[in-house]
Design a protein around this ligand. Structure first.
Ligand SMILES: NC(=O)c1ccc[n+]([C@@H]2O[C@H](COP(=O)([O-])OP(=O)(O)OC[C@H]3O[C@@H](n4cnc5c(N)ncnc54)[C@H](O)[C@@H]3O)[C@@H](O)[C@H]2O)c1
Length: 438
């Protein structure tokens, strides 16, 4: 099949490269000229394990190419995916659909023959109706079916997720469109990944409902972690006991500094707005957003507490800036709220991240960036682990103790054990459990 992927960001690039790997002919279109020219030279715009190899392989096999103009690829395509951004609209939290609608207008002008237009971007319920209306208005003659096919991949494991999804949700009542979608995903279907055919509106809402559910799990476990600290329980023991219940499951039960990223925060806000507009407010999700915002802000106080109550004039070394490991994505990362809070309290902040520092530099000011965890810790009063990159899981504490002014570690991901840290002579604070002060 011939596929045009409009938007070569996280989702468009990964999906496009994976569809090409399945054997389809894919053109990824992006209006960002620098991004496309870099991709043509094999330079990835994002850090995602395995992506460069996947793109290079399919480029050289001739199944994948890149373009800044969509007319020719759309005219030739059986399926056109819209994978542009849907950020929070400034001011009110609604999803900003201007990129989706602009793409729909451009696609309409180029359509030729029966084409399935698929929204892969996360869009509020009813957006497919509007995309259909835009296309019908611009091109009443077009033979087109508009489908919702939300994407559930996770950054950092995007290729694995795309190729081994728990499910593929296809929202359409059109038999011809269902056939095209089934053919596109056939290699996965053979691997027994279930294709769930739903109405378009159900598919659109499924994506938001799933993200709201995941966000709720994190917010709840973080609140329970707070309670653990007050009552002398341990969140890791509690979460394990809870997660072994099959009805709940153990994923997304890790206490931490609050959720961030390009999806959960903005999707929760957009869902809240949609629900309010339809007079069916989602109070649980509203509380989740408030809890998470407070959680992120509260992490600065946790660091201050580990340093005896104040950070003014102290040097704080932050390890991990991205919202999770194996990505360079800094969108809504908890590190931003933490560093801003520490600076407001008078701390001097240093930071190290294996992949996110370039992006961080555009978002945070007055941070000294380091080339390694140990350079970052040099002369620091406290070391804070914010993102659980693999390379932070086996730090050399003898070196850290030598280079730091005080042996204070605040572990916001609970990757170390309090008894170990006490044995090594560190003041160690973590989330959801007793800290030590040897
Ligand atoms: N990032 C994720 O992990 C993830 C996961 C699931 C779903 N989603 C959803 O997928 C969508 C895309 O997210 P992303 O993270 O890939 O965004 P992104 O910002 O990384 O990429 C969007 C790309 O679209 C391009 N673009 C915008 N308008 C265009 C147009 N008219 N023509 C051509 N290119 C255009 C931009 O230049 C950009 O490169 C969003 O709705 C997001 O919520 C993201």
């Amino acid at each position: 099949m011939r596929v045009a992927m409009i938007g070569a960001g996280y989702v468009g690039l990964v999906s496009g490269a994976c569809f090409a790997d399945f054997g389809h002919h894919v053109t990824c279109v992006d209006r960002d000229v620098d991004k496309i020219s870099a991709l043509k030279r094999g330079i990835m715009p994002i850090f995602e394990p395995g992506l460069a190899e996947l793109v290079a392989g399919n480029l050289s096999e001739g199944r994948l190419d890149f373009s800044t103009t969509l007319a020719a690829p759309v005219a030739a395509a059986d399926a056109v995916f819209i994978a542009v951004g849907t950020p929070s609209r400034r001011g009110d939290g609604h999803a900003d659909l201007s990129y989706v609608y602009a793409a729909a207008r451009e696609i309409a002008a180029a359509l030729a023959g029966f084409t399935v237009v698929i929204t892969k971007s996360t869009v509020p319920v009813g957006t497919g109706d509007e995309v259909e209306r835009i296309i019908a208005q611009a091109r009443p003659d077009a033979d087109v079916a508009v489908v919702s096919n939300p994407e559930f991949l996770r950054e950092g494991a995007a290729i694995q997720d795309f190729k081994h999804p728990d499910r593929i949700v296809v929202g359409s009542d059109d038999a011809r469109a269902r056939e095209v979608m089934t053919e596109l995903y056939r290699p996965l279907y053979l691997n027994a990944a279930p294709i769930l055919h739903t109405s378009r509106r159900s598919a659109e809402l499924t994506k938001y409902a799933a993200n709201a559910f995941l966000a709720t799990k994190i917010a709840l476990v973080n609140e329970i972690a707070e309670l653990c600290e007050k009552v002398g329980a341990d969140i890791q023991e509690v979460a394990r006991g809870v997660g072994l219940d099959n009805r709940i499951g153990s994923k997304f039960l890790h206490a931490g500094p609050g959720f961030g990223g390009s999806c959960l925060p903005k999707d929760a806000l957009a869902l809240i707005k949609t629900a309010q507009d339809h007079d069916a407010p989602l109070r649980v999700v509203e509380a989740v957003v408030a809890v998470n915002d407070a959680r992120k802000r509260g992490m600065g106080r946790k660091v201050a507490a580990a340093l005896g109550g104040a950070v003014r004039g102290k040097i704080v070394a932050v390890l991990g800036l991205t919202f999770k490991p194996n990505t360079d994505d800094m969108r809504e990362a908890p590190s931003i709220a933490l560093i801003t809070a520490l600076q407001a309290m008078g701390a001097d902040v240093r930071a190290y991240d294996p992949a996110g520092m370039e992006q961080a530099k555009t978002m945070l000011s007055n941070v000294a960036y380091s080339d390694s965890p140990y350079e970052c810790a040099q002369g620091a009063d406290a070391l804070v682990i914010v993102t659980e990159w693999e390379q932070f899981r086996a730090l050399d504490f003898d070196v850290l103790k030598r280079v730091m002014v005080r042996p204070v570690v605040v572990d916001l991901r609970n990757i170390y054990r309090p008894d170990d840290m006490a044995r090594r002579g560190f003041v160690y604070a973590r989330v959801g459990g007793t800290s030590n002060n040897p």
